[in-house]
Design a protein around this ligand. Structure first.
Ligand SMILES: Cc1cc2nc3c(=O)[nH]c(=O)nc-3n(C[C@H](O)[C@H](O)[C@H](O)COP(=O)(O)O)c2cc1C
Length: 170
């Protein structure tokens, strides 16, 4: 193992790829009502009371402006079989919502049908952090279903795999 100080972005990305995570699709609507969304792995729970989550969005994202002014968003936790959707929302395109089923939430954002969980959120805080913004959002309603999650690891999508001794309980 080597540790360096003058980190190259690719080196940093490769090291972060050793951290397994779930995958979410985050959506919102702009002032004209147009939906926007992106695939993200930088999602995590922040607080129980109030129920807060965070997700980080690159300043270079096409959806950055929409998320900079939106009041609310939807965060859909993807299931193992939703790789096509995850790839579509990870590309810069104008018709991300053309295929696939989406469920409108009361705040106007679109949840992904078939996702393991859908969180309806009010965006409470925005913190600039390097070349990203950290969106802190309060969950106002949710649904969560049983099923197998999509796992992002080493730059690829995976399933949970068979449960081994280390994966039973915490
Ligand atoms: C598995 C995966 C995880 C990603 N996680 C993030 C993330 O947490 N934050 C982010 O800004 N972009 C992330 N991306 C990249 C965005 O999905 C991608 O840049 C997308 O094009 C942004 O959409 P937009 O430019 O139309 O807004 C991720 C991509 C993949 C495939």
């Amino acid at each position: 193992m080597s540790v360096s100080t003058g980190l190259a972005p690719a080196e940093f990305r490769a090291a972060m790829g050793r951290f397994a995570s779930g995958v979410v699709v985050v959506t919102t609507r702009d002032a004209t009502g147009t939906p926007h969304g992106f695939t993200a792995s930088s999602f995590c729970s922040v607080s129980l009371e109030p129920p807060l989550v965070l997700v980080c969005l690159a300043e270079t994202a096409n959806s950055y402006a929409a998320f900079s002014s939106a009041d609310g968003c939807a965060i859909s936790i993807l299931a193992e079989d939703q790789g096509d959707l995850a790839r579509r929302f990870a590309k810069k395109s104008d018709d991300k919502f053309a295929e696939g089923a989406f469920v409108p939430l009361p705040n106007g954002s679109l949840g992904v049908e078939g996702a393991l969980g859908v969180l309806e959120c009010d965006i409470r805080q925005r913190h600039r952090a390097g070349d990203h913004v950290i969106l802190v959002a309060e969950v106002t309603s949710l649904r969560a279903d049983a099923g197998d999650p999509m796992i992002y690891f080493g730059g690829g999508f995976h399933g949970l795999g068979p449960a081994g001794p280390q994966t039973r309980g915490v």
